[in-house]
Design a protein around this ligand. Structure first.
Ligand SMILES: *Cc1c(COP(=O)(O)O)cnc(C)c1O
Length: 392
């Protein structure tokens, strides 16, 4: 039988048939603890009744019309999201990459309107912003870019968590108009910057007149124990991008902006056929409501701290473990060696994890994680890691 799918993915040898909460069942009926949530997407877990009911109800009423017309669900979600984020306006897209595309276009248009003909956006080494041409050009990972040259111009790269590098860039160039950066680098290996980094970025952007654009596609929607990760820093960005957890699996992305940045995109300058359709927006609204009514942001903070301390207790003395770090339910365990093989071992053991940046085990469990499930995760993972490190 010929393979119908393009070879874009290295898939693990498992297919899931159904899910409930933090659990998934494969086609043989084996159960798995999902500590990845489809890469920070299913924050409410699988088959959440609130999401199911909202989607069924909406699907029975209206799935799609067009942005040629008013869309009540888009208005409702837009009003709620901008209020919660302290932003003025939102553009809805269908993915993270598209949300970042909107932010990049917004920054460029903003610059051109102010007479800057060749605008540049500061981006970080080790970053991940998506797979479209502009977003892979913004991404700080050669593997993501290789073979797709010529890249989109207009990005200036600096080391992450290094204010001096940005000061230098500011001193040497007059065409910088924005910074696009992750509050915590996700794909890059769960890298948490120093405490003052975002506040200093904010001050720099204020001084230079740059837009501070935060890619909260992975960190947003309660993941870090705040609705948005920028809240930890007590700052307010000009632009934020969201996707992953916003629809709990229904594709949706969002680019939010405030102040002058919110007025940049006008009719004809950007758009999307699907973006902000009634079904996706109904999902987003159900996610926001459920996160609030079920106290899931607090739960992410509590269970995240519990996981980190439990994993440190279990693994702290293990040689080969470099660091356990993260915020809320965005947790990385860095080993001193490549550990991609652990993903398949965990799968055998009924646990879904991921390895990023080659030697960082990444945990992104659903925000609904309960204490007993956290205990099971700690137990299973520490056994796997101990076995892995002692084998090598
Ligand atoms: C996943 C991710 C993206 C890309 O989102 P897609 O929906 O895959 O296009 C962009 N930025 C960050 C920080 C991400 O984690």
């Amino acid at each position: 039988m010929s393979e119908p799918l393009m070879a874009t993915y290295n898939r693990l040898p498992v297919t899931f048939e159904r899910g409930e909460g933090v659990w998934l069942w494969d086609t043989d009926g084996k159960r798995y603890l999902d500590a990845l949530s489809g890469i920070a997407v299913c924050g409410l877990g699988h088959a959440h009744p609130a999401i199911r009911d909202a989607l069924c109800e909406q699907a029975g009423r209206l799935v799609h019309t067009s942005n040629l017309y008013g869309i009540a669900e888009q208005q409702r979600l837009g009003a709620r999201l901008t209020e919660l984020a302290g932003m003025d306006r939102v553009f809805f897209a269908n993915s993270g990459a598209e949300a970042n595309e909107a932010a990049i276009k917004l920054a460029r248009l903003h610059a051109h309107r102010r007479g800057i003909e060749n605008p540049a956006i500061l981006v970080a080494e080790n970053s991940f912003h998506g797979r479209t041409l502009a977003t892979l050009s913004a991404t700080g990972n050669r593997k993501v870019q290789a073979g797709f040259e010529p890249l989109v111009q207009g990005f200036v790269r600096v080391p992450y968590d290094d204010i001096e590098a940005i000061e230098n860039a500011a001193a040497n160039r007059s065409n910088i108009v924005a910074i696009l950066i992750e509050p915590i680098q996700g794909e890059g290996g769960i890298l948490v910057p120093s405490e003052s980094y975002l506040a200093r970025l904010r001050a720099l952007c204020d001084r230079e007149g740059w837009l501070l654009m935060l890619d909260e596609i992975q960190t947003g929607m309660g993941r870090t124990g705040r609705l948005f990760a920028f809240e930890h820093a007590g700052i307010h960005p000009d632009v934020i991008t969201l996707a992953k957890g916003l629809g709990n699996g229904v594709p949706i992305g969002a680019c939010l902006a405030r102040g002058a940045a919110a007025e940049v995109l006008t009719p004809g300058s950007h758009g999307s056929t699907f973006g902000g359709n009634p079904l996706a927006c109904r999902a987003g609204r159900a996610v926001l409501e459920t996160i609030a009514t079920d106290g899931l942001i607090e739960n992410a903070e509590t269970q995240g701290a519990y996981l980190v301390s439990g994993l440190r207790d279990a693994l702290g003395q293990t040689s080969g473990l470099v660091e356990i770090r993260g915020r809320g339910l965005m947790i990385g365990l860095e080993l001193n060696r490549p550990c991609t093989a652990l993903v398949a071992q965990a799968l055998d053991a009924g646990l879904l994890i991921n390895v990023t940046a080659e030697r960082v085990i990444r945990l992104l469990p659903p925000l609904i994680l309960e204490r007993s499930q956290a205990d099971e995760l700690i137990h299973k993972l520490s056994e796997l890691v101990q076995g892995f490190l002692s084998d090598a």
